[in-house]
Design a protein around this ligand. Structure first.
Ligand SMILES: NC(=O)c1ccc[n+]([C@@H]2O[C@H](COP(=O)([O-])OP(=O)(O)OC[C@H]3O[C@@H](n4cnc5c(N)ncnc54)[C@H](O)[C@@H]3O)[C@@H](O)[C@H]2O)c1
Length: 385
């Protein structure tokens, strides 16, 4: 039995409410339109598809394949991630809502063609209300399998009409966000002559270093994997290396780019940060509510993570129209203007940029919701602008 607490219903009777249901129906983090629990006994599939909002269009978000500590934790993760996608897609200016799916279990042991096809049939059953893509534990080749049984799968291989590796435009978008931050703080949209620390030079981080070096930045990197660092040094021998993230954040930096895991901005890192700008690819950089204020109080300009790392979702979303890299790149370039808009609103309203971004995203969803209601039809998938 899971953590179940009691609550008092309208008629005064006490009834148990699970944390998942409390989140879904009673908290500010809830408000999801639909949550689908999926099971296929033959293949061992257990999955959760969470649709947070279709106010702006079909709910797009990746499929995470992960061995959760409990089924409840998996549902919670799907709920939180789906909500995050609503905000990310709204801020990216996409005609798409937010959703996310999780497949429960160790992908190393459980992943099979049969299971992926069973999952794909559940995506098909939603008739286009949910559009899937890659996430932690799922890859382009998995999307190719899932796409065999539905037309609402993105993140496929180029041979199958897909956009391939989405980190190409994720890094490009982060670079645009960083240029915007430089413009806002220093009056010019350039990192030339600035020292930029990149923590995590995996798929996104290493492309980001390419952009920074080309722009004339002095780059310092760190990564727990030696191979990741060596790949960067092979391409850019002038790049410097810090022994750890802990060392990197204490070096004299102009910009800090967290590109590894979530929670990079926390009570340990914010007080010692030397950078005046934080702009990176990692999801969920703020370790807890209030960190955005700590950054603002230290005079550090924070470019909200989900705004600047939206290039990847922009790239996969373009598949819905027949993938065109140049069109997707042009859309990702708009992250520059969006980031500037957020900084301007933050300054005007006297709020941190993270709060300004949330307010703009919520406004966009509310306006769309008022205009055509929350529910979308599968036919809208092909009709987005
Ligand atoms: N790939 C995308 O398109 C995309 C889109 C949006 C957001 N993101 C986010 O960006 C981040 C990076 O994604 P990615 O696709 O490059 O992942 P990745 O796994 O390819 O790269 C992450 C890198 O960080 C390194 N790392 C892990 N822990 C570290 C630590 N403590 N210190 C330093 N380095 C560490 C890893 O060794 C790896 O090289 C993730 O948070 C991801 O959720 C990625």
């Amino acid at each position: 039995m899971t953590d179940v607490s009691s609550s008092v219903s309208a008629d005064g009777a006490s009834s148990p409410v699970s944390p998942v249901l409390r989140t879904l129906f009673r908290s500010e983090q809830g408000g999801h339109e639909q949550v689908v629990l999926c099971q296929d006994r033959e293949s061992g599939l257990k999955a959760v598809i969470a649709i947070h909002s279709t106010a702006l269009g079909p709910a797009l978000g990746g499929t995470r394949f992960h061995a959760y500590a409990s089924d409840e934790e998996a549902v919670m993760d799907a709920l939180n991630l789906a909500r995050g996608m609503s905000y990310k897609n709204a801020m990216a200016g996409l005609a798409l809502g937010g959703g996310k799916a999780v497949i429960i279990g160790d992908p190393e042991q459980l992943k099979s063609e049969e299971l992926l096809l069973a999952y794909g049939r559940f995506v098909a059953s939603l008739g286009g209300r949910y559009v899937t893509a890659c996430d932690v534990g799922t890859y382009v080749q998995d999307m190719d399998v899932i796409a065999r049984v539905n037309e609402w799968t993105t993140g496929r291989s180029p041979e199958n009409g897909g956009c391939g590796d989405s980190s190409v435009l994720t890094s490009y978008g982060v670079f645009q966000g960083m240029r915007a931050a430089a413009q806002h703080l220093w009056g010019a949209p350039s990192l030339s002559g600035r020292t930029v620390g990149v923590a995590g030079v995996g798929k996104v981080g290493h492309y980001l270093v390419d952009h920074l070096v080309a722009d004339g930045a002095d780059v310092v990197v760190t990564d727990v994997r030696r191979e990741s660092v060596e790949r960067v040094l092979a391409a850019h021998p002038g790049v410097r290396v810090a022994a750890s993230t802990d060392e990197l954040v204490r070096l004299p930096l102009d910009v800090y780019a967290p590109c590894a895991l979530g929670g990079a901005l926390n009570d340990g890192t914010v007080p010692v940060l030397t950078a005046k700008i934080v702009c990176g690819a990692a999801n969920n950089q703020l370790a807890h509510p209030g960190v955005e204020k700590d950054l603002a109080e230290r005079g550090i300009l924070y470019a909200p993570d989900y705004v600047v790392n939206a290039g990847g979702v922009i790239q996969v979303a373009d598949e819905l129209h027949g993938f065109d890299m140049e069109r997707a790149r042009a859309k990702a370039a708009q992250i520059f203007d969006t980031t500037l808009e957020i900084f301007a609103k933050a300054e005007a309203d006297g709020i941190p940029p993270a709060v300004a971004a949330d307010r703009i995203a919520e406004h966009r969803m509310a306006v769309a919701h008022g205009a055509h209601g929350a529910r979308v039809d599968a036919t809208l998938v092909g009709a987005q602008g």
